[in-house]
Design a protein around this ligand. Sequence first.
Ligand SMILES: Cc1cc2nc3c(=O)[nH]c(=O)nc-3n(C[C@H](O)[C@H](O)[C@H](O)COP(=O)(O)OP(=O)(O)OC[C@H]3O[C@@H](n4cnc5c(N)ncnc54)[C@H](O)[C@@H]3O)c2cc1C
Ligand code: SF4
Length: 475
Amino acid sequence: MGKVTGFLEFGREDRGYVKAKERVKGYDEFLVPLPEEKLAKQAARCMDCGVPFCHNGCPVNNLIPDWNNLVYRHQWRAALDSLHSTNNFPEFTGRICPAPCEASCVLTINDDPVTIKTIECAIVDRGWDEGWIAPVVPAAKTGKRIAVVGSGPAGMAAAQQLARAGHNVTLFEKADRIGGLLRYGIPDFKMDKRLIDRRMAQMAAEGVTFCTGVHVGVGFAADRLTAEHDAVLLTGGAEHPRDLPVPGRELDGVHYAMDYLTQQNKRVAGDDASDQRQILATGKHVVVIGGGDTGSDCIGTANRQGAASITQFEILPRPPVKENTPLVWPNWPLKLRSSSSHEEGCERDFAVTTKAFIGENGRVTRLRGARLLWEGARMQEVAGSEFEIPADLVLLAMGFVHPVHAGMLEQLALERDGRGNVKADTDRYQTSNPKVFAAGDMRRGQSLVVWAIREGRQAARAVDAFLMGSSDLPR
Ligand SMILES: Cc1cc2nc3c(=O)[nH]c(=O)nc-3n(C[C@H](O)[C@H](O)[C@H](O)COP(=O)(O)OP(=O)(O)OC[C@H]3O[C@@H](n4cnc5c(N)ncnc54)[C@H](O)[C@@H]3O)c2cc1C
Ligand code: SF4
């Protein structure tokens, strides 16, 4: 523990943002880090509560009190080692994790939580700046060949762990770049893509082979993978989006959020998207359907593209502004969450259902909605509440149902769970084919980056144990 009385002396102070008016001019990250002295004070608020609920609230079980103590004592390099012992990519989570650790911090009970995520980010950013982060090359090779399919955070974490255990790992990806949703879902203003490139260079030096533009199950038979490798790990995400089959769905201008977000990330990367139909919000009345992370990212992107107006509809009722802490702590509370993208400007409306898209000459021009009345988990439409608003661009951000079944999963004929995800437990991560493993959103359904990293790490250990009889990789 850093300072016994720290939590009594210092209030919570977090890193800031560049002002909304400035940051919407471009796609750069806009976090303003805290200086070292302030970080040490914030770390001193960690109060050695005995049972660190934050450690359990964090899906990768980061050793939070340990590195808070080290940051307070200015032992940054030791803090980095501690952080890397549980998390392959803290610079990703330090930027985009919703920080369930902070919801379960003991200080949350009657005060503001420790700024855990900010401290995590500062430790790893410093590690890169100082040149402390280098490839961890295995002392010996095992000669085993492993294919990892899907290069999101689950696939990247698994590939890195398996390469460090001495295996020959090939990471297959259907897109033209590595990173999964980190690369082509999450906008650059939330996470700069150079962070992925830097980790790729580290992983390449550790022995990972990257194979982009290979769509397993489409033009590359899935059984080739099983035939040519000792084990196969599937980390292909949950890419089947939830649709909204209402009248007018076929109109031009109604798009899945991912089609829109991917295009913008490619533009930022300097790719020529002229071969695709451009989806742009510039000068348009934009309606985003869905109140989660994806919806937020659409709002931030539409503001940067110069939308005329942005409205976000959520089907669920508006949650309370403040959670009932004694009731929910240390669990993740239901409360109104406003992202930096909301702060940049948009109208938010809750308990709204979309009844139809209305168009002219094949293009959407208006959206017809209605209000809902929720009683517990039951909802009904409020009679006479129908309304219409202008809508030139509608973005469907209602989440993902399950992984894509056609192609790879059908060819491998793997068992699926009741929700359509690949069936595998969190002990062995093994599918109905003993040689094939699954992790991340492909196994657990749509989730978070930090859960994907956890599953990638744990699945790597399971694959290592399957091939070698036992494993020294951490779980
Ligand atoms: C717009 C958006 C914003 C989000 N924001 C956040 C956030 O702020 N914080 C957070 O924690 N989480 C966020 N999430 C969720 C998070 O991104 C995912 O939970 C996480 O990326 C899942 O990781 P994964 O590795 O399992 O799969 P993915 O990241 O989905 O990666 C799967 C990869 O597999 C590839 N693939 C699939 N099938 C094949 C095949 N047959 N052959 C070859 N390659 C294949 C895909 O192309 C993809 O690159 C967001 C999600 C979206 C859509
Ligand atoms: S990974 Fe997420 S939950 Fe874990 S310490 Fe970092 S911010 Fe908290």
